[in-house]
Design a protein around this ligand. Structure first.
Ligand code: MTE
Ligand code: MO
Length: 220
């Protein structure tokens, strides 16, 4: 065809147009009124607790890699330099942990999940993602939630490089789900055609984890 788009144009617009036409990101989320900001059963903290499986991997930026695999047009294998060269974004969001603490107004910087997906270009049958981390942790969520507007692959928090105990050099942040979905030390993203249970999801936690519906455990 004579009107082939440029490569940059096709990467940036093809998946966005397709998602828009499919309504893929219309998850019904709108900004919440203040009275609704703290989900049921949660209390506010000012500090930032550390929670994980107890094995905090040391991942140097020289050895760090992020792979995107599965149902994508363009599988990705990014090193730290390539990741830094992607569009950088800032997001401010609240944390809601299933252990009942919430922390407001965390400022994150990194690569928005939408920008990463624009590069990888999910295939039409991709519906879920499985996240795998350097400590062996896994967690699952729908693709539309992974691609939420405020979801970010964060390398900094409050203007400082993300510390190792909180998942540095890079972690996912998906603020509208309980924080166990926000994989620390993320190393691999697999796009799948069906949901599958990650670590906590195999151990009694909810597959979706909406804090406003108190989806803590699989029976909730
Ligand atoms: N790789 C990895 N990511 C993880 C976990 C983990 O054990 N390993 N724990 C999860 C849980 S249960 C929570 S509550 C948050 C805690 O993040 P924080 O330690 O930065 O508060 O990380 C989530 N992401
Ligand atoms: Mo947690």
């Amino acid at each position: 065809m004579s009107d082939d788009p440029t490569p940059a144009d096709s990467k940036l617009t093809t998946s966005k147009r397709r998602w828009a036409s499919e309504g893929k990101f219309l998850t019904g989320r709108i900004s919440r009124p203040d009275a609704d900001r703290l989900p049921p059963g949660q209390h506010l903290v000012k500090n930032w607790p550390v929670l994980d499986l107890g094995q905090q991997p040391t991942v140097s930026v020289d050895s760090w890699r992020l792979e995107v695999r599965g149902l994508v047009e363009t599988p990705l294998d990014l090193n730290w330099t390539a990741f830094q060269e992607l569009d950088q974004s800032t997001r401010v969001s609240d944390i809601h942990c299933v252990t009942t603490w919430s922390r407001y107004d965390n400022q994150w910087q990194g690569v928005s999940t939408r920008d990463l997906l624009d590069l990888a270009m999910p295939k039409a049958n991709a519906s879920h993602v499985m996240l795998t981390s350097y400590d062996g942790y896994t967690t699952n969520l729908p693709l539309a939630d992974f691609a939420a507007e405020d979801a970010i692959l964060a390398t900094s928090w409050e203007g400082q490089p993300l510390s190792r105990d909180h998942g540095g050099p890079m972690r996912l942040v998906v603020p509208h789900l309980y924080f166990w979905k926000s994989a620390k030390w993320l190393r691999r993203i697999d796009l799948l055609a069906a949901d599958a249970a990650g670590f906590w999801e195999q151990n009694g936690y909810h597959m979706y984890a909406d804090p406003w519906r108190e989806q803590r455990y699989s029976g909730d």
